[in-house]
Design a protein around this ligand. Structure first.
Ligand SMILES: NC(=O)c1ccc[n+]([C@@H]2O[C@H](COP(=O)([O-])OP(=O)(O)OC[C@H]3O[C@@H](n4cnc5c(N)ncnc54)[C@H](OP(=O)(O)O)[C@@H]3O)[C@@H](O)[C@H]2O)c1
Length: 260
């Protein structure tokens, strides 16, 4: 699909693998110049054609430094994709095992990274009448089904996107949220990641656990979402084809959520 994005510029956070890497690849295929950030510059990110930037985006100064770097590299930013999230150590225990340090780390990565990057990017985005997409999660709508700090942070991120849209929509910046259900990334597929730890806690084989996700999560389509499918939605929302779509939360979950 030609989204008429040639010559535009973008910053994508959490770009070294998963949904972020797929978004980088999709935007580059559409002719966008991209700065992609993560702590690790993977060979895949390097080969994507993006300008890779290594940074810890869970720190107070990381997101603003990324935006400064992107301004210097790209001359200005049209699109910001606040994708970074989840984290290395999502707690699979309950509320009473979630201490302040864990809450803070989860909030820093899943909420404050987007707040800080948006704060730094918005003056330029207003000038260019740009767009922001925040990557939240269906957990924001069904917080009881996920790790408590993560679900709470994502609910706040979704609310943040709406509030930002109200303030900056009239100034020409469209802000939207994308809320995926289960997506085929390291979060689920890495034996040491969240999916691996949930499987271990339940005492089931990890490969079998992943294979059974569509059934056990009630995914109506019968399959997990692919990262490229989320990337395609993000690219559409950034484009003028979505010119009057703003302040909305776009679910992509194969029919996991059961409410209308
Ligand atoms: N996969 C799913 O099922 C799913 C569902 C709903 C929502 N989401 C959301 O989608 C987004 C992307 O998830 P994903 O599944 O693609 O995750 P992923 O495969 O684990 O990728 C996460 C990306 O973020 C980077 N990252 C992690 N911590 C970072 C930090 N402190 N500073 C900078 N970069 C950091 C990682 O690179 P480094 O480790 O090298 O830094 C990586 O590039 C997240 O916001 C997640 O919550 C995912």
């Amino acid at each position: 699909m030609d989204l008429d994005l040639t010559g535009k510029t973008a910053v994508v956070t959490g770009a070294s693998r998963g949904i972020g890497l797929a978004t980088v690849r999709t935007l580059i295929a559409e002719g966008v110049r991209v700065v992609g950030a993560a702590r690790t510059v993977t060979p895949e990110l390097k080969d994507s054609g993006a300008l890779a930037y290594a940074a810890d985006l869970g720190t107070p100064e990381g997101p603003a430094a990324l935006i400064d770097h992107a301004h210097a590299e790209l001359g200005g930013i049209d699109f910001l994709v606040n994708n970074v999230g989840a984290g290395d150590d999502v707690n699979v225990g309950g509320f009473l095992t979630t201490d302040d340090a864990h809450w803070q780390a989860v909030l820093d990565l899943n909420l404050f990274s987007a707040i800080r990057a948006s704060r730094a990017a918005l003056p330029g985005l207003v000038e260019r009448r740009g767009a922001i997409v925040n990557v939240s999660s269906i957990n924001s709508r069904v917080p009881g089904t996920g790790p408590i700090a993560y679900s709470t942070a994502k609910a706040a991120l979704t609310a943040f996107g709406k509030a930002l849209s109200e303030e900056f929509g009239p100034r020409g910046v469209r802000v939207n949220t994308v809320s995926p259900g289960v997506v085929r990334t390291a979060i689920w597929e890495d034996p040491n990641g969240f999916g691996g730890r949930v499987a271990a806690a339940a005492g089931v084989d990890h490969t079998e656990f992943v294979a059974r996700i569509p059934e056990s999560f009630g995914i109506a389509s019968g399959r997990i979402t692919e990262p490229g499918e989320v990337a395609a939605l993000i690219a559409f929302l950034l484009s003028d084809a979505a010119g009057n779509i703003m302040g909305a939360d776009h679910v992509i979950d194969g029919g996991t959520l059961k409410s209308a």
